[in-house]
Structure formats: C-alpha cells, structure tokens
Design a binder for this molecule. Sequence first.
Ligand code: AMP
Ligand code: ZN
Length: 455
Amino acid sequence: MVELKFYNTFSKKKEIFEPLRKDFVGIYSCGPTVYDYAHIGNLRSFVFADVLKRILSYNGYKVKHVMNITDVDDKIIKKSQKLGISRQELTRKYEQAFLENLKSLNVIMPDVMPRATEHIKEMVELIKKLMEKGYAYKSDDGIYYDVSKFKDYGKLAGLKLDKKKMRSRIRADEYGKEDIQDFALWKFYDAEDGGVFWETELGKGRPGWHIECSAMSMKYLGETFDIHTGGIDLVFPHHTNEIAQSEAATGKKFVRYWLHCEHLVMPEGKMSKSLGNIITLHDILEKGYNPIALRYLYLSAHYRSQLKFSYEKLKAASNTLERLYNIAAELKNDRAKIRSRIVEKWKKQFLEAINDDMDLPRALAVMWKMLRDENLSKGEKFSLLLDFDKVLGLDVESVAKEEIPAEIIKLVQEREEARARKDWETADRLREEIKAKGYWVDDTPEGPRVKKIKN
Ligand code: AMP
Ligand code: ZN
C-alpha cells in the first residue's frame, strides 16, 4: 500500500486522500471561458486535472469528472458585441476548438461538461435559497451575496474580512484581493448586455460568474464532493465565493480537497490575454511540434511550481519524447515472460512518486531509470512503459500499435532474401528504398526490426 497524498489549498498541508465514498471519487474542474482560443497556460491547468484523474484511476478508484463550460460572462458579452455575432455563435466556436485542444493533448474527456447557460434554473434555485436564508439581498442592479454573513469568508485564500475597509458591492466577475466586497449572484439586465438575458423568478437578467460552479458541481457530484481543481488565480475570488455560496445554502462542507495548478509563465510574467503574450496550441502545431511534446513539458514541472515556458524547452521536450518513442518501438516486439517481482518493484517506485502530491518530474525520472535497468528484459520494460503511460498519457501505445504497411513488409522480406543470397548490393538498395518510404530497418540477431522514421 502506498498512501495517496495531495496538497490541499484549504489546509495548506499535504493530506492523505480519503474519498467520501469507498472506491469512488468525484472531481470538479473549473473549465474554460469560451470567448477565445485557450492558451497554453490555460491548457496546463486542464492537463493537470487530467493527470490527477489518471492517478486516481491508477490507484483503483472509479472517477466521475465534471468540467464546466463558461458560456456567459462579461468578457463573452463584450466580445460578441464587438464582433457583431450572437453569444451562442461565439461560444460554440471556441468550445469546439477547446475540445479539439484536449484531444490533441491526449486528455481523457470529462464525464460531464455542463454549459452554464443550460443550468440557469439550478442557479436561480440556489440564489433563491441564499435569499431565503438571509445570505443574499436585492439591490437596484442585481442580487448580491452578503459576504459579512458568512463566518469563514476568505479562509481558502487566507484573507481576513475587514468590514470597515469594505466598500459596498462589486458587479464585475473578476476582481482582486483589494476588492473584497459583496459580489453579484444575478445581474439585472441593462442595455450594455446587448440582448443577453433570461426571464426568471429573480427578474430579467443573467447570472454572475461564481454561481454557475456551485450550482453545477453540486448538481452532478452532490452537496459535498471530493476534489475541486483550477488554476491558482481562481483561489480568489472565484473559489472563495463558490465556498461561500455552497456552504451557506446547504450548511454542509462543500469540497474536501482543493487542488490548484500554478501558472505557466513567460519571461515577462504570467501568460494572459491582458499582457498580450498568448501562445496557443495552434501556434505550436504550426511550428511543427507534436502536441504531446507540450504535454511532456507540462509533466516535467511539478504542478505547484511555475512553469517557465520557452521554445528551447519545448524543443528539448520534443527530442526527449522522440527518444522515448524510438525506445518504445524497439521494445514492443519482444514478448518475453514477465517476472512479476522485478516489475512490481518498479511499479512501486512509480506509484510512490505519483502518490506524493503528483510528483510527475520524479515519476518521469523513475521511468527513464527503469528503461536503463539492465536486469529487465525488453518485454518487461515495454509492459512497464505501457503501465506508466496510463498516468503519463504520452500515447506510447499508439507508437507500439503502429502498423507497418504491407508494401514495406514486402520490401523487408525481399531484402532478407537478398541477404540470404549474400547479394549485398540488392540488400543495400532495398534498405535505401525502405528509408525513402519513411521506414528504418535494423538487423538484429532475432531478424530485421522495422520502425517508422519520425520527422
Ligand atoms: P479561463 O478560461 O480564463 O476561465 O481559465 C481557464 C483555466 O486556466 C483556469 O483554471 C485558470 O486558472 C487557468 N489559467 C489561466 N491562466 C493560466 C496560466 N498562465 N497558467 C496556468 N493556468 C492558467
Ligand atoms: Zn469555476
């Protein structure tokens, strides 16, 4: 047994993970705001959630993963107005692009991906409950959450309420720590919203950003659930407000473990739209990189450390991945007997790394060390590699499954025949022909080994 531990932002400690229900884990991840392409900083937080989920599955848990799509907020309304298109047209386009990004990065799709605009009813119910319980009040431009009513407000972010310093209310979805104020749950319609509204019992308007995640996480995972993830910038105000909303409404603990991923940064600071230093997955593809190289780069830094991005680092990750694929292709044909004792020893080392608050850099080091272990047969290495890749998600399996086309096999056979006749000239010519078609043939004591030449 190797204990599974996570650093919980709430307690600011590494804790042993114990799920609410035996063998089952519920995870909610704050998803994208679909008003533009995701950048590789955003994508870091989603690959982090994917690896977390894979670690839980590797430990034998059944996982239900929910990730929301924010398809209405201040930024979305502003951009769709600027482009003169509908909110829906804008958000569907970027939602689609986002899903494609996840697939390229070999992310296992969440089980549920609820859109905010399809859960207005649940949000209205939750806001009504907060009003009934005295945590929310109506003002002239919306319905607000009264932060002074919630005893532990700000605990997640380590903030203390100073009522004297507090100004009245904040309507914007995003704001900083200096603006601890009552925040909008429901925004009454105003002309600037350009036709985006819902007619509800609360009045004509639209939800504030924070309420969607309380409503949708509790709908799909229950009033108390195991793990909530997001980027570090969501600790305040978003997750702070989610706790206040949910716990005030239910009187129960909302989330047991809060996990936050640090930022991907550029030399000039955080990657963000406002700094204008965005890199998308599309940019990386255009430069000829395999998106899995970016995934490898993400794994090479611990999720609680900043990852300083540079193309040099991406290039290095890409070369390393290439090396791994070549090794995998070489190991895959060996189907030797697996000696379980020696294999289990390596599995344990790998498990110790991933279970120690997701220490992926260490897990990668274990993988490379295993591949260099002379006591392991090729078959054992390959089976371990496939096993580790359930967590790493580097798509080693597809390399292993790589089919060699019949045409190439025929050429290889012809070459073998030429070699048997000691017709070296023909053998060399055939090797060149095979190479020109993108394959490499190695002569080994067990016969020829063919692999695709990666470019
Ligand atoms: P958004 O689409 O802006 O709602 O952000 C989606 C996710 O990306 C959130 O969990 C953010 O915390 C996270 N995020 C934003 N910028 C970065 C960054 N530079 N590095 C890592 N995660 C980020
Ligand atoms: Zn959220």
